[in-house]
Design a binder for this molecule. Structure first.
Ligand code: F6R
Length: 357
C-alpha cells in the first residue's frame, strides 16, 4: 500500500535505506560473516568467467556488478543485454557461470538465455526480488534482493538492492579465494544507507532542479565517466520512461564524437562527478557542452565538489557511489514526470514485467 505517499515510486525511493539495512541483516550471520549458500560460493570459486545477463535497469546494475567482481574477486565478467545474447553470442570460457539479474524473475528475454544455457549445462545463479519466480525456480541457485514488493513500473529500490547484493557476492568470493581486501561491504553499505537517508530529506532541492531544468525541455543528456557513466545510463532510462523526455546517457569522452551536435541553447546536460580519477575530465566535458549553450547540472560527491555544483551527495566509498548518486536522479525524474502531468507509476506502453521476447 502507498500509505501517505502520492505514488509508489516515491515510496519505493524512500525505502532504499531500509532495503540496504535489510540486505546487511539478511546476508550476515551472528559472527558477522557473510551468510551465503555454500553452493553459490563454490560455483563462484569454480568458474573462470562470469556472464551477467539482464535487461533494462537490471542490466545497468550488472554493469556495476562487473566492476565489483573484477576489482574485488579478480574474475573476468561480461555483461550482456538478454535480448541480444543469442545473436551476438560470445565465445564461452571453459567454466562459465551465468548470473541472471531480474527484479521480477519473469523477464522472458533473460529466461530464454537461461533455458538455452542450462541445456548446454552451464550453471545459473539468479538474483531476484521474487524468490518463487520463474528465473529463480529454473536456476541452480538464487540470491534474494529483499527489496520488498516493487509496484511502480520504474525500478528504483530493486536497482540499488541488486548492486548491494552484487557487492556482497563479490566480497564473499574474494574471501573464499583468499584475496585480502580492505573493503568491508557491510560497513560500506551501512554508510550508503545513511547517505541515502540524508538524500531523501533533500526532496525540495531536487524538485526545484527538476522544475528548473526539465519542465519544458524536449531532450536531456546524462554524462559521466567510469562508473558514473553507468549511473548516467540508469538516470536517462528513469527520466525517459516516466517523463517521456528523450534522454540519453553518454560516456563523457564519447560525446564529442557525434552527439555533441545535438546540444543547443538550453539543452539540459546532467553530469555525474563522483570519481576522483575522472573529476577533472568530466568537468572539462561540462565546459565543452556549456560552450555550445547547454544548461548543465553537476552532481558531485562531498570532497570532490566545486562551487556551483547543483547537488552534492555525501561521501561514500568510490565503488559504492552508484547506490547513492542514483537517488537524486530518481527523484529528479520523479518530479519531472510530476510537473509534466505524467502517470508516474504506470507510464504509457510499459508493463512491470515483460513476459514476451
Ligand atoms: C526500468 C525497468 C525495466 C526493467 C527491465 C528488467 O525502470 O523497470 O527496464 O528493469 O524490464 O526487468 P526485471 O529486472 O524484472 O528482469
Amino acid at each position: 500500500e502507498k500509505g501517505t505517499y502520492p505514488h509508489f515510486m516515491l515510496k519505493e525511493i524512500d525505502e532504499q535505506p531500509f532495503v540496504i539495512r535489510k540486505i546487511i541483516q539478511e546476508y550476515q550471520n551472528e559472527k558477522d560473516e557473510i551468510k551465503l549458500d555454500p553452493e553459490i560460493r563454490e560455483a563462484m570459486k569454480a568458474c573462470d568467467r562470469i556472464y551477467i545477463i539482464a535487461a533494462g535497469t537490471s542490466y545497468h546494475a550488472g554493469l556495476l556488478g562487473k566492476q565489483f567482481i573484477e576489482k574485488l574477486a579478480n574474475i573476468p565478467v561480461e555483461v550482456h543485454v538478454a535480448s541480444e545474447f543469442s545473436y551476438n553470442m560470445p565465445l564461452l570460457s571453459e567454466k562459465p557461470l551465468f548470473v541472471y539479474i531480474s527484479q521480477s524473475g519473469e523477464t522472458a528475454d533473460s529466461r530464454s538465455v537461461l533455458v538455452q544455457m542450462k541445456e548446454l549445462g552451464h550453471p545459473a545463479l539468479t538474483l531476484t526480488n521474487v524468490p518463487g519466480s520463474t528465473l529463480s525456480r529454473e536456476a541452480d541457485f538464487t540470491m534474494h534482493l529483499h527489496a520488498g514488493p516493487e509496484i511502480a513500473v520504474a525500478s528504483t529500490k530493486a536497482y540499488t538492492a541488486q548492486m548491494a547484493v552484487l557487492a556482497i557476492l563479490a566480497v564473499d568470493t574474494a574471501r573464499a579465494k583468499g584475496i585480502k581486501l580492505d573493503f568491508d561491504p557491510m560497513q560500506e553499505l551501512g554508510i550508503v544507507a545513511s547517505a541515502m537517508e540524508a538524500l531523501t530529506d533533500q526532496k525540495e532541492q531536487l524538485e526545484e532542479l527538476a522544475r528548473n531544468y526539465l519542465s519544458t525541455t524536449r531532450n536531456c543528456f546524462f554524462i559521466g565517466r567510469g562508473i558514473d557513466y553507468y549511473v548516467g545510463l540508469e538516470g536517462s532510462l528513469k527520466l525517459k520512461e516516466i517523463s517521456y523526455i528523450q534522454a540519453e546517457g553518454f560516456a563523457g569522452g564519447e560525446l564529442k564524437h557525434g552527439t555533441i551536435a545535438l546540444i543547443e541553447d538550453g539543452t539540459p546536460v546532467i553530469a555525474l562527478a563522483t570519481q576522483e580519477n575522472v573529476n577533472y575530465s568530466i568537468r572539462g566535458n561540462v565546459q565543452e557542452v556549456e560552450a555550445r549553450g547547454a544548461k548543465s547540472m553537476i552532481i558531485s560527491m562531498k570532497g570532490l565538489d566545486k562551487e556551483g555544483d547543483a547537488f552534492v551527495i555525501p561521501h561514500v566509498h568510490d565503488l559504492m557511489t552508484p547506490l547513492v548518486s542514483v537517488l537524486p536522479l530518481q527523484l529528479i525524474s520523479y518530479y519531472a514526470a510530476l510537473h509534466r502531468d505524467c502517470d508516474v507509476d504506470k507510464p504509457r506502453n510499459l508493463a512491470k514485467s515483460v513476459t514476451v521476447e
